[in-house]
Design a protein around this ligand. Structure first.
Ligand SMILES: NC(=O)c1ccc[n+]([C@@H]2O[C@H](COP(=O)([O-])OP(=O)(O)OC[C@H]3O[C@@H](n4cnc5c(N)ncnc54)[C@H](OP(=O)(O)O)[C@@H]3O)[C@@H](O)[C@H]2O)c1
Length: 328
């Protein structure tokens, strides 16, 4: 098969399409002909050698894909060649073929294209896991979502809305905030205009939010704790602005009974990923089918333009996902 390979670690000049051995399918796996894959921030870090794949995972980039089942392992039930599927991957998405445990496959709802379906797994499963399983979102609760226009942000806004919650967002432009509002956010703060914590206090009548989904990390840490209500939960999903918090008092956690926790999808074992995929599919696939949930695709590139796609993500201009169409 062909795959995007790296001839070195660093800039986009190291990315090129070349021949690679086909994946070997196990008995409980589906071999999938990939039609589309999507970018993640982790790909940019892996390209630079800062986020190596977990042990045993191929070093081909790509944490998700959509395609057609090409062959079905003898221990798999309910699947047939030609079925349209999308799935989370530990790696290997920037390729023509991948072999996946059947339990990770999600049937693509009828109205969606491969490009739209490739935009679902990583960001929607991340948002679902952290909102529902980690932060225990309940109807009526308020969630502050940073980087609201990001892939994970745009997924989270929709899931909060569908769960009967209320979302506030921050983002770096009024255009991004308008897009977030169209997806269901009740208000947004442009972080270029100053600190967000006073705005959150104003929006919540001084109470604070129940949950913070944070992608920014250290520069937001103190304000995030300030913005949380009593019994609030914060999930650190990314550290786009830095990971080292210089100084912080544990007393803040005690006085408001706060919980601060971290997220990591890639390192989760397969059994947990399968359980998450099953729960998410039950909640979300009917909603993708009837249009209540929408994969947000910013741009579709041919995979020969993978370098341009990476540069676009690095420039922070996207709202939603950047997708690669895998052509023959
Ligand atoms: N832990 C996990 O399991 C997991 C899974 C998936 C993703 N993630 C992480 O989640 C984050 C979002 O991923 P994504 O794929 O959704 O990203 P994305 O679509 O590329 O969007 C990221 C956005 O974050 C904003 N941003 C970047 N640097 C910032 C900074 N220093 N301060 C404030 N905002 C900043 C930018 O929007 P503005 O214009 O608003 O600045 C940018 O467009 C990444 O850190 C990614 O690594 C983690």
């Amino acid at each position: 098969m062909k795959a995007v390979l790296m001839s070195g670690l660093g800039g986009i000049e190291f990315l090129h399409i070349a021949e690679h051995p086909d994946p070997v399918m196990k008995e409980d796996e589906l071999l999938v002909r990939i039609r589309a894959t999507a970018l993640n921030r982790a790909d940019l870090l892996q390209r630079r050698g800062k986020h190596p794949p977990p042990k045993g995972v191929p070093d081909i980039l790509g944490l998700e894909m959509a395609g057609e089942v090409a062959s079905v392992g003898p221990a798999c039930e309910g699947w047939a060649p030609g079925d349209r599927v999308c799935a989370l991957l530990p790696g290997g998405g920037y390729a023509e073929k991948v072999s996946i445990p059947a339990g990770l496959a999600m049937r693509i709802p009828e109205p969606l294209s491969f490009e739209q379906a490739a935009a679902i797994p990583e960001v929607f499963l991340t948002a679902y896991q952290n909102l529902f399983n980690v932060a225990r979102l309940a109807p009526g609760q308020t969630v502050l979502i940073h980087a609201g226009g990001s892939g994970v942000g745009t997924a989270a806004i929709q899931l909060v809305r569908e769960a009967g919650g209320i979302s506030l967002v921050t983002a770096g432009s009024t255009e991004k905030i308008a897009r977030c509002a169209a997806l269901g956010a009740i208000a947004g703060w442009n972080y270029q205009d100053g600190p967000f914590a006073p705005w959150v206090a104003e929006q919540t009548g001084g109470r604070g939010v129940d949950i913070v989904l944070d992608f920014v990390g250290a520069p937001y840490f103190e304000q995030n704790l300030e913005a949380l209500a009593v019994d609030g939960r914060m999930v650190v999903i990314g550290t786009l602005g830095g990971a080292e918090v210089a100084k912080f008092s544990l007393r803040t956690l005690m006085s408001k009974r706060l919980q601060v926790t971290g997220a990591g999808l890639r390192s989760m074992d397969t059994a947990r990923k399968i359980a998450l995929t099953r729960a998410f599919s039950e909640f979300a696939l009917p909603r993708f089918a009837n249009g209540r949930l929408v994969p947000i695709v910013d741009t579709v590139f041919d995979w020969r333009e993978v370098g341009d796609a990476h540069l676009q993500m690095e420039s922070n201009v996207n709202v939603g996902k950047i997708v690669l169409r895998v052509t023959g």
